[in-house]
Design a protein around this ligand. Structure first.
Ligand SMILES: Nc1ncnc2c1ncn2[C@@H]1O[C@H](COP(=O)(O)OP(=O)(O)OP(=O)(O)O)[C@@H](O)[C@H]1O
Ligand SMILES: [Mg+2]
Length: 165
């Protein structure tokens, strides 16, 4: 039976730096096999979120370009392999196999922009993060949704995120 999906946390980030704080706090909770789906329209801040998340994991600060044309970029941070996907230009869900998405799901942390383009190939147990433009240019509503497991794993997340730098 399909897991129930819960609203886990909601934030109002007033700047890209605040979005980064939320992403950095989340980074501490993630491990191999996790799938983070970043939802939101063009320019919502999906790549900005991914960039802060990736750089929060152990290692030197590095460039995290948008994988708009490559569709995927991989990173090694500490013990963790990260695959950052931008599937905007994916023609059909099955084309993601050629990108190695199965390997990513099995062994890595997967961060996926435009996850709707994966259709039913998106693992049901993903954490969904929706970024939405709010009043003011730099203001974003950020919502986390996920199954029972994510709900349990992120039960204190709102507290942690609001006490973070
Ligand atoms: N609170 C905020 N959080 C995130 N980004 C913000 C915020 N305020 C302003 N921005 C700006 O919004 C833009 C977000 O661009 P970004 O490339 O991250 O969007 P995206 O959702 O990945 O778009 P695309 O669908 O084209 O990949 C950046 O220029 C960033 O500086
Ligand atoms: Mg992007």
């Amino acid at each position: 039976m399909a897991d129930q999906i819960h609203a886990i946390a909601q934030f109002n980030a007033q700047s890209e730096a605040e979005t980064g704080n939320i992403a950095r706090t989340l980074a501490l909770c993630l491990h191999a096999g996790d799938v983070v789906a970043l939802d939101g329209t063009l320019g919502a801040g999906k790549t900005a979120f991914a960039r802060a998340l990736i750089n929060a994991l152990p290692g030197e600060p590095e460039d995290v370009p948008s994988p708009t044309f490559t569709l995927v970029q991989t990173y090694e941070r500490g013990p963790l392999e990260i695959w950052h996907f931008d599937l905007y230009r994916l023609d059909a869900p099955e084309d993601a196999y050629e990108l190695g998405i199965d390997d990513a799901f099995a062994d890595a942390l997967s961060i996926i922009e435009w996850p709707e383009n994966l259709g039913s190939l998106l693992p049901p147990a993903h954490l969904r993060i929706t970024l939405q433009q709010a009043a003011g240019d730099d203001s974003r509503k950020i919502a986390f949704e996920g199954n029972d497991d994510w709900m349990a794993r992120l039960s204190n997340f709102s507290d942690k995120a609001s006490h973070h730098g």
